[in-house]
Design a protein around this ligand. Structure first.
Ligand code: PLP
Ligand code: ZN
Length: 433
């Protein structure tokens, strides 16, 4: 089975045994390219369906169940896995009504072992680090990449090194990196600068870089689409909606969907909608400008996981948009937090960035881009416990420039039956959306 690294701009190929993150000829991003024709048998959805519920490694993982599409030549004993994936696909009528569509599925990637989809990319990334004989791995992170990398590095017995901003890291994420024993560097720089620093340090010190510029990360993240389509019985929805930060998922989804189409697993491509926060919207601006002149922005949003002004996977995301006839939309922090409150309020919950999927769906319906009768699949990228401060701040009405529309106010009550009874009597049945 032959796989190689290939530049997405000049098509130059490199062996996968090289720790390379950009083309040496032109600087372009690299893809992991598999020669699926070399597989012993053609790809067949029934093989993937038979593996559902597998008890043994590697097919008990929602990434490695699709190993023929993720890393066909892999020796199973090299795999570093936490049985990631296998996340639920929820059909949520109340959230659909809020977004304005008849059918809305939400794939909850916050149900991964460390609470975000990053685990799907980290199992492939750390596996590749092991294959290459690496002892140290590093990443810059707004939080979830570091939480995930710290966990997988610990599992593999490697030193994880994480570059964090010195402000606005959600507490749940910071706690994970520390707990899992990574070397935590808190640096007085924003994500985009930390990204530059970690690339420099990794290259100079021979440390394996595990941000989503690493093409093996994206191979694992393709499985979000494989698994979602499997859960839909291989029937493609009209739309896939995903928040966009560093644009790793947006890139992985396009590649995964195209590979599924080429393998005959689906018979048409859904359209991709990438949603950015208004304060961190460089792809949105670029899309609006017809992809003529890209300009990075200084990022600011409450959705810290997508607070990124200069996304490394820009060119791959543009390719995904071209392949899928995709669109880019922006939403305000107010729209993000209100959508989050609706998702939280039905008992599912997610972190702020994830709510872009629902806020973006709503806006695209209002703009007439998504039809009410279209089938929409949104991805919830992270768990509700990741960012407790944002959630509590919203419901306490303590977030600057934001007025909660779906507030669940904490009630201060005396130690008194009469007072409790009076309040519960007054309040009646719970508010419904
Ligand atoms: C990393 C992350 C994102 C952004 O994903 P990209 O692939 O960088 O665009 C969105 N939401 C959550 C919760 C994340 O952890
Ligand atoms: Zn090149």
């Amino acid at each position: 089975m032959s796989s190689s690294l290939q530049c997405i701009d000049c098509a130059q190929q490199y062996p996968i045994e090289r720790a390379l993150y950009a083309c040496e000829t032109c600087g372009g991003l690299l893809d992991v390219r598999h020669d699926f024709d070399d597989l012993p048998a053609p790809i067949d959805s029934r093989v993937f369906d038979e593996r559902l519920g597998a008890l043994d490694a590697p097919c008990n993982s929602g990434v490695w169940r699709f190993k023929e599409l993720v890393y066909p030549g892999i020796d199973d004993s090299a795999i570093v896995s936490r049985m990631e994936g296998n996340t639920n696909l929820y059909e949520l009528p109340r959230v659909a009504a809020f977004a304005g569509v008849d059918t809305l599925f939400l794939k909850h990637e916050g149900e991964n072992p460390t609470g975000s989809f990053k685990d799907r990319g980290m199992t492939t990334g750390v596996t590749q680090a092991r294959i290459l004989g690496m002892e140290r791995v590093a990443c810059a992170s707004t939080g979830n990449t570091s939480a995930s990398m710290a966990s997988y590095a610990a599992r593999a017995g490697m030193q994880g090194i994480i570059f964090l901003q010195n402000q606005q890291i959600a507490l749940g994420k910071l706690a994970q990196g520390i707990a899992f024993g990574a070397t935590c560097l808190q640096i007085n720089a924003d994500f985009d600068r930390n990204m530059e620093l970690v690339r420099l340090v990794s290259e100079k010190l021979g440390i394996y870089l595990l941000n989503s510029i690493n093409p093996f990360r994206l191979e694992g993240q393709k499985s979000i689409m494989f698994e979602a389509l499997q859960q839909l019985r291989w029937r493609a929805p009209d739309w896939i909606i995903v928040p966009g930060g560093n644009l790793g998922n947006s890139s992985a989804f396009g590649k995964g969907l195209l590979e599924m189409l080429q393998a005959g697993l689906i018979d048409r491509l859904p359209r991709l909608a990438i949603i950015q926060a208004e304060g961190a919207n460089p792809l949105y601006r670029h899309f609006r400008g017809g992809f003529r002149q890209f300009e990075a922005v200084k990022a600011e949003t409450i959705a810290s996981a997508i607070k990124i002004g200069n996304p490394v996977n820009l060119q791959k995301a543009i390719r995904s948009l071209e392949w899928t006839n995709g669109v880019v939309e922006e939403v305000s922090d107010q729209q993000i937090m209100d959508a989050k409150a609706v998702i939280d309020g039905v008992g599912i919950g997610c972190e702020p960035a994830s709510a872009c999927s629902v806020a973006g769906a709503k806006k695209l319906v209002e703009r007439g881009v998504i039809g009410r009768g279209d089938t929409v699949l949104g991805v919830l990228t992270g768990h509700v416990l990741k960012d407790p401060e944002a959630t509590i701040g919203y419901h306490a009405d303590q977030l600057a420039n934001l007025k909660p529309q779906f507030r669940n106010e904490m009630l201060q009550v005396e130690d008194s039956f009469e007072q409790i009874a009076a309040i519960l009597g007054e309040r009646g049945s719970p508010a419904s959306f």
